[in-house]
Design a protein around this ligand. Structure first.
Ligand SMILES: [Zn+2]
Length: 168
Protein backbone atom coordinates (compact mmCIF):
# COMPACT_ATOMS: atom_id res chain seq x y z
CA UNK A 1 0.00 0.00 0.00
CA UNK A 2 1.57 3.29 -1.03
CA UNK A 3 -0.12 5.29 1.75
CA UNK A 4 0.52 4.65 5.37
CA UNK A 5 -2.35 6.83 6.46
CA UNK A 6 -5.61 5.19 5.47
CA UNK A 7 -7.66 8.39 5.72
CA UNK A 8 -5.38 10.25 3.31
CA UNK A 9 -5.43 7.27 0.98
CA UNK A 10 -9.22 7.31 0.95
CA UNK A 11 -9.33 11.03 0.13
CA UNK A 12 -6.81 10.57 -2.66
CA UNK A 13 -8.85 7.71 -4.05
CA UNK A 14 -11.98 9.80 -3.95
CA UNK A 15 -10.36 12.68 -5.86
CA UNK A 16 -8.85 10.27 -8.34
CA UNK A 17 -12.17 8.54 -8.95
CA UNK A 18 -13.94 11.87 -9.38
CA UNK A 19 -11.47 12.91 -12.09
CA UNK A 20 -11.70 9.50 -13.68
CA UNK A 21 -15.49 9.74 -13.89
CA UNK A 22 -15.21 13.22 -15.41
CA UNK A 23 -12.77 12.01 -18.05
CA UNK A 24 -14.85 8.93 -18.87
CA UNK A 25 -18.30 10.41 -18.89
CA UNK A 26 -19.83 7.84 -21.23
CA UNK A 27 -18.52 4.90 -19.28
CA UNK A 28 -19.80 6.41 -16.03
CA UNK A 29 -23.23 7.14 -17.53
CA UNK A 30 -23.45 3.55 -18.75
CA UNK A 31 -22.55 2.36 -15.26
CA UNK A 32 -25.28 4.51 -13.73
CA UNK A 33 -27.79 3.30 -16.30
CA UNK A 34 -26.94 -0.33 -15.58
CA UNK A 35 -27.25 0.23 -11.85
CA UNK A 36 -30.61 1.93 -12.34
CA UNK A 37 -31.88 -0.94 -14.46
CA UNK A 38 -30.86 -3.52 -11.88
CA UNK A 39 -32.09 -1.57 -8.85
CA UNK A 40 -35.07 0.26 -10.26
CA UNK A 41 -37.12 0.50 -7.07
CA UNK A 42 -34.17 1.63 -5.00
CA UNK A 43 -33.12 4.19 -7.61
CA UNK A 44 -36.64 5.60 -7.75
CA UNK A 45 -36.72 5.90 -3.98
CA UNK A 46 -33.33 7.65 -4.06
CA UNK A 47 -34.69 10.08 -6.68
CA UNK A 48 -37.69 10.79 -4.49
CA UNK A 49 -35.50 11.41 -1.45
CA UNK A 50 -33.22 13.71 -3.43
CA UNK A 51 -36.17 15.70 -4.74
CA UNK A 52 -37.52 16.10 -1.22
CA UNK A 53 -34.14 17.28 0.06
CA UNK A 54 -33.41 19.67 -2.84
CA UNK A 55 -36.68 21.26 -3.92
CA UNK A 56 -34.98 24.42 -5.24
CA UNK A 57 -32.51 22.55 -7.40
CA UNK A 58 -35.33 20.37 -8.65
CA UNK A 59 -37.38 23.42 -9.60
CA UNK A 60 -34.43 25.08 -11.36
CA UNK A 61 -33.80 21.95 -13.43
CA UNK A 62 -37.47 21.74 -14.34
CA UNK A 63 -37.61 25.41 -15.40
CA UNK A 64 -34.52 25.03 -17.57
CA UNK A 65 -36.05 21.95 -19.18
CA UNK A 66 -39.44 23.61 -19.65
CA UNK A 67 -38.02 26.68 -21.42
CA UNK A 68 -36.19 24.44 -23.85
CA UNK A 69 -39.38 22.90 -25.26
CA UNK A 70 -42.61 24.52 -23.96
CA UNK A 71 -44.99 22.62 -26.25
CA UNK A 72 -43.63 19.25 -25.24
CA UNK A 73 -43.89 20.26 -21.59
CA UNK A 74 -47.51 21.24 -22.04
CA UNK A 75 -48.33 17.91 -23.68
CA UNK A 76 -46.56 15.98 -20.95
CA UNK A 77 -48.45 17.90 -18.29
CA UNK A 78 -51.73 17.10 -19.97
CA UNK A 79 -50.80 13.44 -20.22
CA UNK A 80 -49.80 13.34 -16.55
CA UNK A 81 -53.06 14.97 -15.54
CA UNK A 82 -55.08 12.46 -17.55
CA UNK A 83 -53.14 9.63 -15.97
CA UNK A 84 -53.79 11.02 -12.50
CA UNK A 85 -57.48 11.11 -13.34
CA UNK A 86 -57.13 7.51 -14.54
CA UNK A 87 -59.25 8.43 -17.52
CA UNK A 88 -56.73 7.87 -20.26
CA UNK A 89 -55.64 10.26 -22.93
CA UNK A 90 -58.09 11.95 -25.31
CA UNK A 91 -56.42 12.00 -28.70
CA UNK A 92 -57.43 13.86 -31.84
CA UNK A 93 -57.89 10.52 -33.61
CA UNK A 94 -60.56 9.44 -31.11
CA UNK A 95 -62.38 12.78 -31.43
CA UNK A 96 -62.43 12.39 -35.20
CA UNK A 97 -63.82 8.89 -34.89
CA UNK A 98 -66.65 9.98 -32.59
CA UNK A 99 -67.69 12.72 -35.00
CA UNK A 100 -67.60 10.31 -37.93
CA UNK A 101 -69.61 7.73 -35.99
CA UNK A 102 -72.21 10.34 -35.04
CA UNK A 103 -72.66 11.59 -38.60
CA UNK A 104 -72.79 8.01 -39.90
CA UNK A 105 -75.52 7.13 -37.38
CA UNK A 106 -77.79 10.18 -37.69
CA UNK A 107 -76.96 11.56 -41.11
CA UNK A 108 -75.97 14.95 -39.76
CA UNK A 109 -74.19 15.98 -36.59
CA UNK A 110 -76.82 15.30 -33.90
CA UNK A 111 -76.99 15.77 -30.16
CA UNK A 112 -77.10 12.44 -28.31
CA UNK A 113 -79.00 14.01 -25.40
CA UNK A 114 -81.87 15.83 -27.12
CA UNK A 115 -81.53 14.19 -30.58
CA UNK A 116 -81.65 17.48 -32.46
CA UNK A 117 -79.16 18.52 -35.12
CA UNK A 118 -76.21 20.60 -34.03
CA UNK A 119 -75.00 23.74 -35.75
CA UNK A 120 -71.25 23.65 -36.10
CA UNK A 121 -69.67 25.52 -33.21
CA UNK A 122 -72.42 24.47 -30.79
CA UNK A 123 -71.03 20.97 -30.41
CA UNK A 124 -69.16 19.47 -27.49
CA UNK A 125 -67.97 16.09 -26.35
CA UNK A 126 -70.00 14.51 -23.56
CA UNK A 127 -68.80 11.72 -21.29
CA UNK A 128 -71.61 9.20 -20.70
CA UNK A 129 -70.06 8.29 -17.36
CA UNK A 130 -68.58 11.60 -16.18
CA UNK A 131 -64.86 11.86 -15.51
CA UNK A 132 -65.62 12.85 -11.93
CA UNK A 133 -67.40 9.51 -11.45
CA UNK A 134 -64.64 7.36 -12.84
CA UNK A 135 -65.46 7.61 -16.53
CA UNK A 136 -62.68 7.46 -19.07
CA UNK A 137 -61.82 8.86 -22.47
CA UNK A 138 -62.52 5.56 -24.23
CA UNK A 139 -64.59 5.72 -27.38
CA UNK A 140 -67.65 3.96 -25.97
CA UNK A 141 -67.88 6.55 -23.19
CA UNK A 142 -67.92 9.53 -25.53
CA UNK A 143 -70.71 11.12 -27.53
CA UNK A 144 -71.53 14.41 -29.19
CA UNK A 145 -73.91 16.83 -27.50
CA UNK A 146 -74.92 20.48 -27.58
CA UNK A 147 -72.79 22.59 -25.29
CA UNK A 148 -75.99 23.60 -23.46
CA UNK A 149 -77.33 20.02 -23.18
CA UNK A 150 -73.95 18.90 -21.91
CA UNK A 151 -73.99 21.61 -19.29
CA UNK A 152 -77.54 20.73 -18.24
CA UNK A 153 -76.61 17.09 -17.87
CA UNK A 154 -73.86 18.14 -15.48
CA UNK A 155 -72.16 15.28 -13.73
CA UNK A 156 -75.12 12.90 -13.87
CA UNK A 157 -74.48 9.45 -15.15
CA UNK A 158 -75.76 7.87 -18.32
CA UNK A 159 -77.84 9.23 -21.13
CA UNK A 160 -80.52 11.39 -19.59
CA UNK A 161 -83.26 12.66 -21.89
CA UNK A 162 -83.66 16.34 -21.26
CA UNK A 163 -87.04 18.01 -21.59
CA UNK A 164 -86.76 21.14 -23.65
CA UNK A 165 -89.50 23.72 -23.43
CA UNK A 166 -91.04 24.35 -26.81
CA UNK A 167 -91.78 27.98 -27.47
CA UNK A 168 -95.15 28.33 -29.20
ZN1 LIG B 1 -78.90 18.79 -27.39
Amino acid sequence: MPYKNKAIHRIHMRVYMRDYRKKNREWWNACKKRYRKNNLEKARQMDRDWRKKNPEKCRATYLRWRDKDPIKTKLLWRKALAKRRKSGYLSIKIIQEIYEKNIHKFGTLTCCLCFKPIVFGNDSIDHIIPLSKGGTHIKSNLQIAHILCNRKKGNRQGVIPIRIEVVK
